[in-house]
Every structure is written in C-alpha cells, then in structure tokens.
Design a protein around this ligand. Structure first.
Ligand code: GLU
Length: 607
C-alpha cells in the first residue's frame, strides 16, 4: 500500500492543467501537450493528522486538501471540493442538483444536517410521470425531459454550510474550482465513459453537445477539458451570492431550459418526445433548505447518525443495524453473517418503501428506529432459510410477540448509479459527510446554455405510480414535495467522539453499501480499506440478490444459495469514501480503490 508522502499534492512532470488550476507556480511557457496533463495523486488510503479528505476524484481531493492546509476547516474544504467535483465529475453532481450534508461540530459534540434535496415545482401532481392514458412513462422518457427537474438545492447548501460553520466566503470556496474549470483538467476514463454512456442523450441538446461531445464524440482520455461557462457561473455566485441562481439570471436560464429544452437542430433519433417541465421563477425563489435532526441508532457501543427524510438512508441503515444487533456475529460462520445482513436489508427496505417519503412525519421515522419495532422484524429471520422476497412491511406499533407475517409487498427501486460522496475532517476535529447528486449519471442531459452545468432529473426518484397495493405510497409526486432519497451520509461516534464517517453513491444500493461497509469494519474484522474494497452484494427486498462478480466468486455463495438466496450479477456497486478516527487525533482517509476508476484520499500531515 502506498502511503504518507504520496498524499500531499505534488505537481508531476507535465501536470500543467491541474497544477495551474490549483495555483501551483509553473515555469513560464510550460505548455505541455494536452495528453501529458497529469492528475494529482490518486491514492486510496492516507493516514496522518491535522485533517483528512476523501473524494472520488484526485483534483477535488487536492482542492480540499489545500484548503485544509491553508487553515480552512472541514466545511470550507468540503464546499471547495464539492465545487471541484462539479467541474471534474459533473455527471454525478453539481449546482444543478441537490444533496445532504452531515456536520459533526467538535466544540459542541453535536451533529447537524442540511437537507438540500431538490423540490418539485408547485404545478406538479401525482400524474407527473403518467402518459395521457394514465400509464407510467419509461424511465428514459421521464428522465430526458423538463418534467424530471427539481429545484436545485446544492448552491444553497454550500452557502448555508459556509455561513453556519465555515470560515471562508462562498467566493473563496468556489475560486479553486472556477480556476480548474477555466484552465482545464485532464480527462480520465471515468469522465470519458460517463459521456460515452450518455452520447445519444447529450447529443439531443445543443449546449450539452458543444461542451461534452467535441467533434461529435466523447473526448479522449488525457485531452484537456475546459468549462469557461461554469467558471463564470461560479464567479457570479461567489460575487452575487446564490440569489443569482434563485432569484436572478442563472435561475431565469434554468426556467427557460426546462420550459423550452434547447434541442440541437441536427440531433440523432430519440424514441420519445422531449417534454417541457413546469418549473417557474417562483419555484426557485421559494426554495428552502431544511435542517432536520439526524437519525440515530445505537449499535452496540456505537452511536450511528444518518440523514432523516426525505432521505430514507438514515432510517433504513438504522433499522437494519437495530435488527442485526440481535445477532452475535463473532460466533457465526461467514455464510450466516452474510445471510443476516441480506435479510436485515430486505426487511428494512420493505419498511422504507412502505413508510418513508418526502413528507414522512418525524414520528414515523422515529417509530421505524425503535428497538421494539426492530424486534418485530428480527424475529422473522430464519437461520435455516431465506425469507421469500419481497417481504411485507412491518406494522408500526407491532411487537416482537406478534411477529407478524403480513402479505408480501412490492418494492420499487428508484435511483441510478450517479451521485458522489465526500468525507472531510479538520485539525479541530470537525467532520463533514456530504453526499450530493444530480440523480442519473448525466442528470436530465440538459446543460443550461451559457452556464456550464447539467440539470438534475431528481424527480424520477418519486414512484411513478402507486406501489404499495391498498396502502398509501409515501413517495408519489406532489407540489413542493421532495422525492425520497437513499443517500446516506453517516457519522459514527464511540464514547462521544468520531469513530467513522462515510457515504457512497449508488442509488438505492447506497443504503446496503453503507451497511455492508459498517458490518465489514465493525463485525467482520476488516480494516477500513478492506471494508471499502470488499466485494458487494445488495438485497433490497427483491427476488434476487444483486452482487458483483467478485462476490459471486466467494466461497460462501454456495451456502447462501443453499439457504434459498438467489443471485444475479451486477457491475460495480457504489464508490465509497470514509475516514476513521484513531487515538491522539490520528485519521485514516480511505477512498474506493477500484470502482469508478478509484478515488483519492489525503491527509494534511502524514505520520
Ligand atoms: N437519486 C438517488 C438518491 O437520492 C441517488 C442517485 C444515485 O446514487 O445514483 O437516492
């Protein structure tokens, strides 16, 4: 494993673009050919002190690390790194989207949240994604439209986080990312492949095609990508505040893009009409952040904090942990340990689908996290046989004694493969776990002309049609409503001090990945790097467990199959980032080593 010194930013020979973007002094005239532009280090593990950061992208990590080195705190670094991700990972997140931020304040010991989830326009109703005959649209038809766009929350999250807890202005926090956008960065394989998988979608819209399909195709790996429009947008937000978007010219351009999707004259065939949406200037002006208390679950000697509704992440991870707490992992063979994980996931998903949506009352979320509710679910787990899926949701207010076996329930799986998570800690011990997204990789495929960012398709996280049989569906579209999310930024304390912070992309697999990493680390004896790297399987209350090829090659799969679990291969699940805190202010930053091309971890001072 490469270590320590690798985690400072070191310009490499020919590293013109990113080096310049980060303000590193360069010899005059060092105009290296585009193909020679090099990334900052892409190391999956870094250990040391004085601050730590882990993101999916080396440039974003280098930007955040520099903020920490120059005396900024975790919030300053998180916003600067997130803004950089909006440049170098624009298909996963950016100012056209939303997200959830968890903040641990070392001074008070409190954990607070920002809910910057995208919000449905006032004109939306339950029929948002139904056609004229009342049938649900296909996902692609719903996504590539103005209808899928929710009011973005990310710009407000950045401004609010800096105002509450940061030490930098928005202009200062956005400046490094604006520089990267203006001067350019080297295209890597992840960037190229995200465009290639969206080539037909991006070619529908003139601004998207011009920015991301130079010469009609995805740019080559190693070529230099610039986004001067986004640099200008960031500078405008820095100078004028986020009202430039919510009440100003950037917002006007968003509204125009949604109302009149900017179709390219010579666009390739697309099988569906590209519908406009109903988002208005008043919807933008009316956008509000929420600050719900975090979800809380006690797991053995750990206090696990997560994101409350409209995310289902905190509730589902917490409920699954409460179910699993009844298992003595140390005594179990591996097959049984994984069996319990899969069953707890399925049960938690049944309840999340039935009870959690954008308007879920606090009391419901709390009830789902009660130990007696977990008991009423845990008693269904049979060591000798996998439950038939989908399992039915539990009865809130039920007890372990009744161990109800209700009829089977449905289980919609909204959420794509996009999104990004970053984890940051500073020298004072403050911690940020921040997951942000534009929903599908590439969002709704519309770059706002002249502004350089993609719009979200977050409203496709609503269920398109009722999914819970006779029971109400908590996640149907509605005016001003936030779609249910699975994003699960998580902070774990032990004895009142940070022990772990983590999160991941991956749509509804986010929940199972966070749970899986926690169990690997806490119960199955893995180090944090091993816990993140380990092969994954995800059971979200479906007939088949989806699993990576490496998981399917594990010896325990035969035993799990004998218990009745059925498996289906699925490519890469998640791309987590995390920090573990040790004694005497030691920090280990860990990024995904392989999936999505691997992330980048760094610490301020290596040991
Ligand atoms: N939109 C999803 C959610 O909020 C995340 C999308 C993804 O991770 O691909 O849960």
């Amino acid at each position: 494993m490469r270590r320590s010194v690798a985690f400072g930013y070191r310009p490499r020979a020919g590293g013109r673009c990113v080096a310049a973007a980060l303000g590193v002094a360069l010899a005059a005239g060092s105009a290296a050919p585009a193909a020679a532009a090099a990334d900052p280090p892409r190391d999956p593990v870094a250990a040391g002190r004085g601050g730590a950061i882990s993101t999916v992208d080396p440039t974003a990590t280098a930007v955040g690390l520099r903020v920490l080195r120059e005396g900024g705190n975790a919030v300053d670094a998180a916003v600067a790194a997130a803004a950089a991700l909006g440049v170098t990972e624009p298909f996963s997140a950016g100012i056209g989207g939303g997200g959830f931020l968890l903040y641990y304040d070392a001074r008070t010991g409190r954990i607070q949240t920002i809910d910057g989830r995208e919000t449905a326009p006032a004109a939306v109703d339950e029929k948002l994604f139904l056609d004229a005959a009342g049938r649900p649209l296909t996902f692609a038809e719903a996504r590539i439209s103005g209808r899928s766009v929710g009011v973005p929350g990310t710009p407000r999250v950045w401004q609010d986080a800096l105002r509450r807890w940061g030490t930098r202005s928005l202009a200062q926090a956005l400046a490094p990312a604006a520089d990267v956008a203006e001067r350019g960065f080297a295209v890597d394989e992840t960037f190229r492949s995200h465009i290639a998988q969206n080539a037909t979608e991006f070619a529908q819209f003139s601004a998207t095609r011009d920015l991301y399909l130079p010469g009609g195709a995805a740019p080559a790996v190693g070529s230099v990508q610039r986004n001067p429009d986004l640099a200008r947008t960031y500078r405008l937000l820095g100078a004028a505040g986020t009202d430039a978007l919510y009440r100003g010219p950037v917002g006007a351009d968003i509204v125009a893009t949604v109302a009149h999707p900017p179709l390219a004259a010579d666009r390739p065939p697309w099988p569906y009409p590209i519908r406009p949406g109903a988002l208005t200037a008043a919807d933008l002006a009316g956008y509000r952040l929420h600050h719900p208390g975090p979800t809380y679950a006690r797991y053995r000697d750990l206090d696990v904090y997560g994101m409350a509704p409209p995310s289902s992440g905190g509730v589902a991870v917490g409920e699954a942990l409460n179910i699993l707490e009844r298992t003595r992992f140390k005594r179990l063979p591996r097959v049984q340990a994984v069996h319990r994980y899969l069953e707890a996931s399925a049960l938690a998903f049944a309840d999340r689908n039935r009870y959690v949506g954008g308007a879920t009352p606090k009391a419901t979320a709390k009830a789902l996290l009660r130990d007696d509710f977990a008991a009423s679910r845990a008693c269904l787990v049979d060591p000798a046989r996998a439950l038939a899926k989908p399992v039915a949701p539990g009865v809130l207010g039920g007890t372990a004694a009744t161990c109800p076996r209700a009829p089977r329930g449905g289980s919609p799986l909204e959420g794509g493969e996009s999104t990004t998570h970053l984890t940051v800690a500073d020298r004072w011990g403050n911690v940020v776990a921040y997951t942000l997204t534009i929903e599908e990789t590439g969002g709704n495929a519309m770059v706002v002309p002249g502004r350089g960012f993609l719009l979200n398709n977050e409203l496709t996280d609503f269920t398109f049609a009722p999914s819970q049989g006779a029971a109400p569906d908590p996640n149907l579209p509605g005016p001003g409503k936030r779609p249910r999310s699975s994003m699960s930024p998580t902070v774990v304390l032990r004895d009142g001090r940070p022990f772990l912070a983590l999160g991941t992309p991956g749509g509804s697999t986010i929940i199972t990945t966070v749970l899986h990493v926690l169990l690997n680390r806490v119960e199955l004896g893995m180090t944090l790097p091993a816990a993140l790297a380990a092969p994954r399987a995800t059971q979200r209350n479906t007939a088949e467990v989806e699993a990576e090829a490496e998981f399917l090659a594990l010896p325990e799969v035969a035993g799990l199959t004998a218990l009745g679990h059925r498996f289906r291969e699925r490519p890469e699940i998640g791309a987590a980032t995390a920090i573990e805190f040790g004694p005497r202010a030691a920090m280990q930053a860990v990024a995904e080593p392989r999936r999505r091309g691997g992330g980048a971890a760094a610490v301020v001072r290596t040991r």
